[in-house]
Design a binder for this molecule. Structure first.
Ligand SMILES: Cc1cc2nc3c(=O)[nH]c(=O)nc-3n(C[C@H](O)[C@H](O)[C@H](O)COP(=O)(O)OP(=O)(O)OC[C@H]3O[C@@H](n4cnc5c(N)ncnc54)[C@H](O)[C@@H]3O)c2cc1C
Length: 475
């Protein structure tokens, strides 16, 4: 039997960050993987989606120039070629950022991994013992218990993968998407821009109704509707069935029962931690009802030598299922498992997030509702992006910016933006929250004119002055 200082279940971004930290500490480490090395982000998540979303944006912008004087163009779309270039990008990235790091000190074992006892796992018929163990098995799409789902062909977010049969190589003429979260919105807009008829079936009365400011969902929905994405809200999918080579969904709404048809069905109803297929009970590791592995702020499970990080811990310690969170925490978990230099706690107070629709949705910190629930007396304001000079200058005034501050101290507690490049701008807000900046700090900070980041300054100014009566970048 092989023995390692650290055995890591999984080989995603969380696992790699931990393996690199273990290597820095001079320890022996092995990762285990049953699919593609590198995990979700590089193979079927962030990288392929952002690659194709940008291609869809270029196509859309060519077809819909915002400037009088530019006439629409019709670039020829070769979907199969687009998919192939996406695969090239994934292969390069996987080779350079993941596979090339594997060697004598970081090993990988292929196959399904499961616990045999608290110190031993089995993978591909091999038994491996770990002094310390990190569970970083990520998450997978949740399948709702919908009648007929097992009998119809359906897609999941795995459709973006490469080198696996789940990859979607042909553009569907029409697509029904169950779920209205970030994956549904990103992929829904993307497929619409490539030319598919897209219908989103959302259970709540509004998209993004949980965890986002109430202004965000309607703003994004109206923008996507303008592009032709159809939303059916308050929709409970009762059943699905085949319709020739396509699919019919029977949906209950407040208006009654409706049927929606499409060539393909995409189920995007969330993701659940991969904690149920690794026989955690043999190690005695405690798991919450929704499948997330319970950890403390040092990423320790209830079993002292077993740690967990990344998507598999879900929202434990206020974590979020996102690559930078897992990568950051993977390093911390390895440090805490292997270093003698004292424990490092995770800090999930400031986690900027982005939905890569166009315009992007970017948020950080508390929403108004969360701030009130936390006992703050709040000042907050929402402004249209049309007040931001750059938005007017480039004829793209879609979106809003909202800022939440402590009314007593003016400390900024949260920012939400729907705007072009909001995913870049949000880092200014994130850094400000990290250092507990106040509204005055956003105002005193000189901003490059004209940039979308000025939105933050203008909304901060609106606490003290009428933002509709500002000239240029006057404070
Ligand atoms: C469509 C999509 C788009 C996304 N876009 C973004 C984005 O833009 N930005 C962002 O930050 N995040 C994004 N995410 C989320 C991001 O991909 C994840 O948060 C991140 O990859 C989690 O990393 P991880 O290492 O914790 O898990 P993973 O990367 O999922 O790695 C876990 C690995 O463990 C393996 N595994 C699981 N169980 C076993 C087993 N029993 N035996 C062997 N191997 C096993 C899995 O095959 C997997 O490779 C996106 C996700 C999706 C699906």
């Amino acid at each position: 039997m092989d023995r390692f200082d650290l055995v890591i279940l999984g080989s995603g971004s969380t696992a790699f960050a931990a393996a690199l930290r273990a290597e820095e500490l001079g320890k022996t480490v092995v990762m285990t993987e049953e699919r593609m090395i590198g995990g979700t982000c590089v193979n079927r998540g962030c990288l392929p989606s952002k690659n194709l979303i940008e291609a869809a944006r270029l196509l859309h912008d060519a077809q819909h120039p915002r400037y009088p004087g530019l006439s629409p163009a019709q670039p020829k779309l070769d979907f199969a070629r687009l998919v192939a270039q996406k695969d090239e990008v994934i292969h390069d990235y996987r080779r350079n950022r993941y596979e090339s790091l594997i060697g004598d000190s970081i090993r990988v074992e292929n196959g399904h991994v499961r616990f045999l006892d608290p110190h031993t796992v089995e993978v591909g018929g091999k038994r491996i013992e770990g002094e310390k163990i990190l569970v970083a098995t990520g998450a997978r799409p949740v399948m709702p218990p919908t009648d007929g789902l097992a009998e119809v062909p359906y897609l999941t977010s795995d459709l973006l993968t490469s080198d696996e049969p789940l990859e979607l190589a042909e553009l569907p003429p029409s697509l029904l998407i169950v779920g209205g979260g970030y994956i549904a919105l990103e992929l829904g807009q993307m497929f619409r821009r490539f030319g598919s008829e897209v219908t989103v079936l959302e259970r709540s009365e509004e998209i993004l109704s949980r965890g986002y400011e109430p202004e965000v969902g309607p703003t994004v929905r109206v923008i996507l509707e303008d592009e032709g994405v159809r939303f059916v809200r308050g929709a409970t999918v009762r059943s699905v069935r085949r319709n020739g080579s396509g699919v019919v969904a029977t949906v209950e709404t407040s208006k009654g029962v409706e049927e929606h048809r499409a060539a393909r069905l995409l189920v995007a109803t969330g993701r659940r931690p991969n904690s149920d297929q690794i026989e955690l009970e043999k190690a005695g590791v405690s798991v919450a009802d929704n499948g997330q592995i319970r950890v403390d702020r040092y990423l320790r499970t209830n079993v002292p030598h077993i740690f967990a990080a990344g998507d598999v811990i879900g929202s434990e310690t206020a974590s979020q299922m996102a690559t930078p969170v897992g990568s950051h925490d993977g390093g911390i978990a390895a440090h805490n498992a292997l270093s003698n230099e004292g424990l490092r706690a995770v800090d999930h107070r400031v986690v900027p997030r982005t939905i890569f629709t166009d315009p992007q949705v970017a948020v950080v910190g508390l929403t108004e509702e969360e701030a009130v629930a936390a006992g703050y007396s709040c000042w907050c304001n929402t402004l249209p992006m049309s007040l931001v000079p750059r938005a007017g200058a480039i004829r793209d005034t879609r979106g809003i910016v909202k800022m939440v501050a402590d009314a007593k101290t003016d400390e900024v507690l949260g920012v939400s933006m729907v705007a072009p490049n909001a995913g870049e701008v949000i880092h200014e807000a994130a850094m400000a929250l990290r250092f507990r900046a106040r509204l005055q700090d956003f105002i005193d900070q000189l901003h490059v004119y004209p940039t979308m980041a000025e939105a933050l300054k203008i909304v901060a100014i609106s606490r003290f002055k009428d933002p509709y009566k500002l000239s240029c970048c006057a404070e």
